[in-house]
Design a protein around this ligand. Sequence first.
Ligand code: NAD
Length: 302
Amino acid sequence: MNPTLGFIGLGNMGHPMATRLRDAHPTLIVQDVRLEHAQAFAGSSNAVATSPRELADHVDIVFMSLPTPAAVLAVVEGDQGLAMGARAQCVIDLSTTGPTTAIKAAQLLASHGMAFMDAPVSGGVTGATKGTLAIMASGAKADFERAKPLLACLGKVFLVGDKPGQGQAMKLLNNQLSAMAMAATAEVMVLGVKAGLDPVLMLDVLNAGSGRNTATTDKFPRSVLDRSFNFGFRAVLLHKDVRLCKQFADEFEVPFSIGSAVDKVWENAAAQLGDEDFTRIVELMEREAKVTIHGDGMARQG
Ligand code: NAD
């Protein structure tokens, strides 16, 4: 029999992921601390739960896509938390919240007889919409086998470990590289344009050469050259990921000098950008360099 599904956190990523799950399993129940986000997904239907606990009273498997470690723990713990739900058997966390939070959530849920899997995702809003995310799952093999067909609605599924937190560890490493590439690409693009190079031609060359990365192939062409800055990821959340990775490296006493520099760059950017899209880091660098990158190939001195 098909399990009944629940989804908590209908934000930039949650909304399109829940949409894909609902396409496959029409009776999806949702919950969000911002009722308008839940209603934007479910309309005025009775598929909106008033608390995580109420949701977990009515479904077998719960997915979550939440912004921070604190939000994940708030949803799991407490009198109205998921752990108190009567029916749910498994909670799958698609958020990026680091290994420590995954281990805490897994322990708490296990003490209430619920399984937990961390399954953070990479691929942004486009990947969430198209079902082409990379999904980094960890958890017990039996739970994974049960969740796999559901996760496959969202993208390519990798089982990276059998312990809670191993999926989160993999995701932090992925995002560290992605955040580093975005900041470094912004820096070299601003320098190149100020030195008189055509930004469109620069990207063509980088993408044919060894400088290619997801900022040159995707983020710049899609959200920077046209000045839309609408990639769909808040700067504060990217800095959260980079900071979690630094804490992860510190915990394992691994040298992290590049990671520390990247943390400082994104700390500064997040302080200025807040909830704005992370691609606007380009504007911060442009302002300092007194130049603007335009997709029509023209550099404009500021
Ligand atoms: P978002 O801020 O757009 O959405 C988060 C949603 O969670 C919002 O609807 C918010 O109201 C809800 N929420 C917050 N606290 C809650 C609580 N206590 N109870 C119930 N609902 C609550 O964030 P997002 O961009 O969708 O990211 C979600 C997660 O996915 C984050 O951990 C992020 O790092 C990760 N992620 C994001 C992207 C991206 O490109 N946006 C890509 C990969 C992974």
